[in-house]
Ligand binder design. Structure first.
Ligand SMILES: *Cc1c(COP(=O)(O)O)cnc(C)c1O
Length: 464
């Protein structure tokens, strides 16, 4: 029986998970090697240890299903976790659907998004390893804000390479990062060799996430050990830290007396989707549940639905490891859609492997339809969603309308990964009719994909 009268499902502090869930333990498909960008041979912990502390590298390669969350991390999680699970009753009514729509609200974090869930442990494990400073990139500014806050809590210095167009369009995100003590630079910068080379070709280069990653990696790799690098998505340990979302949601759906037929998340590098979906996938794999897991991406950067499944570099300058993923090509320059956090050429390798094997579904949605869904959600539920999260809302509304057409009582759960209070310029453009849809950039993708590394699979697989 569903809990018919309740709208918010709240847990106690003691319900904050004590362990993260590691999908590596239950992967139904074999892992693919991670390759060195220069030699194309499997990377060693030594190579990774230039960039990351050993605890995070061990989490990356661990096959343990449960990894303990340090008490110092749980203490900071207590500032905002457990986050609420909310039934979107007013949205259900507006749609006239028999479906029940629930959302997990990660915008409740003080950074405004789910990214704080991994920023805190990354800062903690770096501090514990003696790191003094971190470097990172940020697109829309959400990751940079979260890591600034976390570095502040653990007294670590932080250098943020922020994609230049966002730096110019989102001054308040920069001020937020600076308030927490971070230094923020518009990328490409003249601080790295790669940035200087790009600026010499084109002083007006607007930057991209791939370029900013390359600069942040270079800054850490050339610091003689003074700085480490931190990434807000894509890597296995990042996805694992986000599992707190799904673990809490499992308990909260139980409080609601329902179980989701479909779990939905938007995907940029895949961390918030994996965070909510992998604990439900575990229930599918171990307990015979049959929840559909749906990843939603922008039509302008459709890595899963239109990318090819191949080995590619994680960044534009080819300094990051080569992994097997659905990719649009590392040299692909995405259109300037407002969901800055989803403008990435690749995708987390575990999501790609699971998608390829049919364990998860994916769909791409256009920008204007996404903002229509965002505004409908805001007017029903009172929260202005981040443009990234609005992709999940578009898909949730489509699921609810499908259920209405078939008269089916579908239970829909989506992750509201962040609020859009810093994205009002995008809403203003939408409300004034100034937003556009971008066609699938077939030619640009074909050109970028011609540039993929030619990896000798047999050699890579056996690790020589
Ligand atoms: C960064 C971000 C995303 C995209 O990143 P994932 O790793 O795919 O989750 C989505 N939503 C919000 C609010 C973000 O800040």
């Amino acid at each position: 029986m569903s809990n018919e009268n309740q709208t918010k499902f709240l847990l106690n502090e003691s319900d904050i998970p004590r362990q993260w869930y590691n999908i590596n333990a239950d992967m139904p498909v074999p892992p693919q090697p991670v390759l060195h960008p220069g030699t194309q041979e499997p990377v060693t912990p030594d190579f990774l240890s230039v960039l990351f502390p050993m605890d995070l590298i061990m989490q990356e390669v661990s096959a343990e299903a449960q990894i303990d969350i340090p008490e110092e991390v749980r203490d900071i999680y207590k500032l905002y976790r457990p986050t609420p699970l909310i039934r979107a009753r007013r949205l259900e009514q507006a749609l006239g659907t028999p479906a029940h729509i629930y959302y997990k609200y990660e915008g409740a974090s003080p950074a405004g998004s789910h990214k704080l869930n991994t920023a805190i442990p990354q800062a903690f494990f770096n501090k514990a390893a003696g790191t003094k400073a971190l470097t990172t990139e940020t697109g829309a500014g959400q990751w940079g804000s979260a890591l600034s806050m976390a570095c502040n809590f653990f007294d670590l210095a932080l250098e943020v390479y922020m994609v230049k167009v966002s730096y110019q369009q989102k001054p308040y995100r920069r001020v937020l990062m600076e308030t927490f003590g971070a230094e923020v630079f518009a990328s490409p910068t003249d601080r790295t060799e790669y940035g200087r080379a790009l600026l010499a070709q084109d002083a007006e280069n607007p930057g991209s996430l791939g370029i900013a990653i390359s600069e942040a990696v270079e800054a850490a790799a050339t610091s003689n050990g003074a700085k480490k690098y931190s990434l807000g998505s894509v890597l296995g340990h990042v996805l694992m830290h986000q599992s707190v979302i799904g673990e809490e949601a499992l308990k909260q759906m139980d409080m609601a007396g329902e179980y989701p037929d479909v779990v939905i998340g938007c995907v940029g590098g895949g961390s918030n989707f994996a965070g909510i979906a992998y604990p439900f996938l575990r229930q599918n794999l171990r307990d015979g549940q049959r929840t559909r897991l749906l990843a939603v991406e922008p039509a302008a950067t459709p890595s899963l639905t239109k990318g090819i499944y191949a080995f590619d570099y994680g960044d534009t300058a080819r300094m990051a490891p080569i992994v097997k993923m659905h990719t649009l090509g590392h040299s692909f320059m995405p259109a300037p859609i407002h969901a800055g956090g989803l403008r990435y050429h690749g995708m987390a390798p575990s999501i790609c492997a699971l998608y390829d094997a049919g364990y998860i579904e994916a769909k791409a949605v256009p920008q204007i339809g996404t903002f229509e869904a965002a505004v409908q959600f805001a007017r029903s539920e009172g929260i202005v969603p981040a443009p990234e999260s609005a992709h999940a809302i578009r898909a949730a509304i489509d699921e609810a309308l499908e259920a209405k057409a078939t008269g089916e009582k579908r239970v829909i759960l989506f992750n509201l990964s962040g609020h859009g209070n810093f994205d009002l310029a995008a809403y203003e453009q939408y409300l004034q009719g100034g937003l556009q849809d971008y066609d699938y950039p077939a030619e640009a993708v074909a050109a970028a994909q011609a540039d993929l590394p030619r990896v000798n699979l047999a050699e890579a697989a056996i690790g020589k």
